[in-house]
Design a binder for this molecule. Structure first.
Ligand code: ADP
Length: 544
């Protein structure tokens, strides 16, 4: 008997676009405009307009593989770009608007972005990016203010997005996409060297889209209403907009308003069932909900799920949200991993009343998603799965980068094809990974390693502590000693001795920071994570 084979249908974005338009067409896409008004449209409209954008780009000379950038908040036009640019055969390059203009210019030029689609409210930023040397052939402006900004200083001539769509020729032919074509590109943040480009293909994106929707991954379904607080310029909002379109989940986007009251209002009025963002966002939401009267003012959907990633979710945060009737899902990923690589759900054999074990597992970064392989390795080989021995986390899979644009730092890949994440972790017998720190953030004291992230996530479990970051500061005797920067919760007090005693009850004596400094805020990266480099600069010359 000869084996029969399956059809060779490519995994390309047009399949998702067709599905969203035809079968999810009436599902709502909602967003907050810069004037704070809430606007709404449908997937059918969004995809129809995305196709117009694709035809406009193709007919104006955009060729397969050309990069088209976006400089936008989360809203429907950005979703149109998410579909329209790849449907034109071009590469969607989401520029991170929170970076310094010089850095954005570097990234745009490194990617050879030909066109930029920009929010009218971000034109002042774009002017700085162009003044810093970014070279775009065309600037397409989204928003009501488009007409009034024509001929802006550094920016030169601009076109209104609506006019571009209106002029798109009906007969422009869109390219036939191949699954290995580039669909999008994102740049790593430059915290450790120059930003480096990662290119996602249609295939990698579609597989990622499919897998993150699984119940044991981020779990997205048609009955859901999704609010990606994570910006669409931060690793494509973790791939969630594509998964929402695939499943037919209603999509709610916050526009430029990421403050807790605006988010809570949107979550309430639009009946959001699942939201996603970095821990600092949820710390703010928790504190807002704990304020008197807040829970009556914002009656959220029962069982609301929040996907948290980008930095470790402190166990206390997971507990606090359970208390508030919401379920936090902890996930891990990087720009290089599309990003979702690990997700933590409690396996069914753990007793429902075993709180200690359940929270311990939920605070881990989790189990690899299907098709993703993870190893924890030292120079001696893979570490035993004993939940104790630490090593570098290595990863490979169909949506893990095989190289950077331009072939930079090939040493980030092992001979057996794994990407070195730069994260240090341990693995339990079940295969769940728990990160202890980034290699670059580990503190070496008297020849011994101290994991700064473990200290800070535990410190954030103290009832008076809102946020904490631990860094190493040069020390004449020990080489480096840990210092904790702490932001207290509103109305709470704690002393250095109290917090050191709290850590001393959990960690080895030499791990306990020599100093705790109380600060108003911890510097943040463009993605809202603690910016340890800035904190290290701040305390560099500290005399012990
Ligand atoms: P950057 O943080 O450098 O801007 P990425 O957004 O790609 O770049 O972040 C990837 C890094 O974020 C990971 O290598 C890891 O250190 C950290 N990270 C992401 N998710 C988690 C998590 N759930 N727990 C701890 N660290 C995380």
């Amino acid at each position: 008997m000869t084996a029969s084979t399956m059809m060779d249908v490519p995994l390309t974005l047009d399949a998702l676009a067709d599905r969203a338009e035809r079968w999810m067409g009436e599902v709502e896409v909602v967003w907050r405009k810069p004037d704070r008004a809430v606007a709404r449209t449908t997937y059918a409209h969004v995809i129809g307009r995305a196709r117009r954008l694709a035809r406009a780009l193709v007919s104006s000379g955009i060729r397969r593989g050309d990069r088209v950038a976006t400089l936008m908040w989360n809203h429907a036009a950005h979703l149109e770009a998410y579909f329209g640019i790849p449907l034109a055969g071009a590469v969607l390059h989401t520029l991170n608007l929170r970076l310094h203009p010089d850095e954005i210019a570097y990234i745009a030029n490194d990617a050879h972005d030909r066109v930029v689609i920009v929010d009218d409210v971000l034109l002042p930023l774009l002017a700085k990016v162009i003044a810093a040397g970014a070279k775009f052939e065309r600037v397409i402006v989204v928003g009501d203010g488009a007409a009034t900004v024509r001929g802006g200083s550094e920016i030169g001539a601009t076109e209104a997005y609506e006019a571009v769509l209106a002029a798109a020729p009906e007969d422009a032919v869109l390219p036939v996409l191949a699954e290995t074509d580039a669909l999008g590109t994102c740049y790593t943040s430059g915290t450790t060297g120059k930003p480096k480009g990662v290119v996602y293909t249609h295939r990698s994106t579609l597989l990622h889209t499919l897998v993150i929707a699984l119940p044991d991954a981020l779990g997205l379904a048609r009955k859901d209403t999704l609010l990606p607080v994570v910006p669409m310029f931060h690793v494509n909002a973790w791939g969630l907009p594509y998964s929402a379109a695939m499943t037919g989940a209603k999509l709610v986007m916050p526009g430029p308003y990421l403050d807790a009251p605006s988010l809570l209002e949107l979550m309430t009025t639009e009946r959001v069932t699942i939201a996603a963002g970095v821990p600092t966002i949820w710390i703010g939401i928790r504190d807002a909900l704990d304020a008197p009267g807040a829970r009556e003012k914002f009656p959220l959907q029962a069982g609301l799920r929040m996907v948290v990633g980008g930095a470790a979710a402190p166990e206390q945060l997971i507990r606090d949200f359970d208390r508030l009737g919401m379920h936090l899902i902890h996930a891990w990923g990087m720009t290089e991993t599309s990003p979702v690589g690990l997700v933590s759900h409690v396996p069914p054999d753990v007793a429902v009343d075993d709180d200690a074990q359940r929270y311990f597992i939920r605070a881990k970064q989790g189990l690899p998603t299907p098709f993703v392989e993870v190893r924890v390795r030292t120079e001696h080989g893979d570490v035993p799965r004993d939940d104790k021995t630490t090593g570098e986390v290595l990863i490979r899979g169909p949506w893990i980068a095989a190289s950077y644009v331009g072939g930079h730092t090939p040493e980030r890949w092992t001979d057996d094809g794994y990407f070195r994440t730069g994260d240090v972790g341990r693995m339990c017998p079940r295969g769940y990974v728990q990160l202890v720190d980034r290699i670059a953030d580990m503190i070496k004291s008297g020849g011994e390693w101290i994991a700064s992230a473990e200290l800070e996530t535990y410190l954030m479990g103290h009832p008076a502590v809102k946020e904490a970051a631990v860094i190493g500061v040069a020390h004449p005797k020990w080489g480096e000693r840990p210092l904790a920067a702490v932001v207290l919760r509103d109305g709470q007090t704690a002393t250095q001795d109290e917090l050191r005693a709290f850590l001393g009850a959990k960690f080895a004596k030499f791990w306990v920071p020599d100093a705790v400094v109380f600060v108003d805020a911890i510097p943040r990266t463009s993605a809202g994570k603690f910016l340890k480099t800035a904190l290290r600069d701040q305390f560099r010359d500290r005399a012990w």
